[in-house]
Write a protein that binds this ligand. Structure first.
Ligand SMILES: Cc1cc2nc3c(=O)[nH]c(=O)nc-3n(C[C@H](O)[C@H](O)[C@H](O)COP(=O)(O)O)c2cc1C
Length: 165
């Protein structure tokens, strides 16, 4: 595995928790909060795994607004990027995990090689800006699902991306 950095944006700690679970599964040591980062902190990482919770109505987590400006300064052409996000399908079925779409747009525009898309038909939701051609642009984590199910999704997803990192 090339140098890999996991970055999360999290208001109440859920996305942070999932970031660490993903790190453990992949054996990745470097996990950072986007709120504490500068553009230079992304140097020397070939792989980025970026996660956000969703707030407002399908919006990216607050700290990612300035974080996305950092992403836009990076050369993504030789980088591999995987995305993850958490949200609640029960209370927000029409904007489920929509925040991931902002990260997707930022890195796709920069020419990153995106991996880790997930079949959206395995989720119970109505609509999401993070679905492209029937797939979530990354791992969607529904905090309304049982924790065992969430851990299964994380295990399956990390298995999907591990050999590509
Ligand atoms: C005011 C508010 C708005 C939210 N909006 C959405 C939303 O549009 N879509 C969604 O999937 N989840 C939404 N959520 C659920 C959060 O994404 C969820 O609670 C998440 O686990 C928070 O993660 P964090 O603690 O890492 O920030 C919202 C939660 C709150 C309190």
């Amino acid at each position: 595995m090339k140098n890999t950095l996991i970055v999360f944006g999290s208001t109440t700690g859920n996305c942070e928790d999932y970031a660490h679970r993903i790190a453990k599964q992949l054996g990745v040591a470097d996990v950072k909060n986007i709120a504490d980062m500068t553009a230079a902190d992304f140097d020397n990482y070939d792989n980025l795994i970026l996660g956000t919770s969703t707030w407002g109505a399908g919006d990216v987590q607050d700290d990612w607004y300035s974080g996305i400006e950092l992403l836009k300064k990076l050369d993504m052409s030789n980088r591999t990027v995987a995305l993850f996000g958490c949200g609640e399908s029960g209370s927000f079925p029409d904007t489920f995990c929509g925040g991931m779409s902002a990260l997707y747009e930022a890195v796709a525009e920069q020419g990153a090689h995106l991996i880790g898309q997930v079949d959206a038909s395995t989720y119970d939701y109505a609509d999401s800006a993070s679905v492209v051609d029937g797939k979530f642009v990354g791992l969607a984590i529904d905090i309304d699902e049982d924790d065992d199910k969430i851990n299964d999704r994380i295990a399956q997803w990390t298995g999907q991306i591990a050999s590509l990192l």
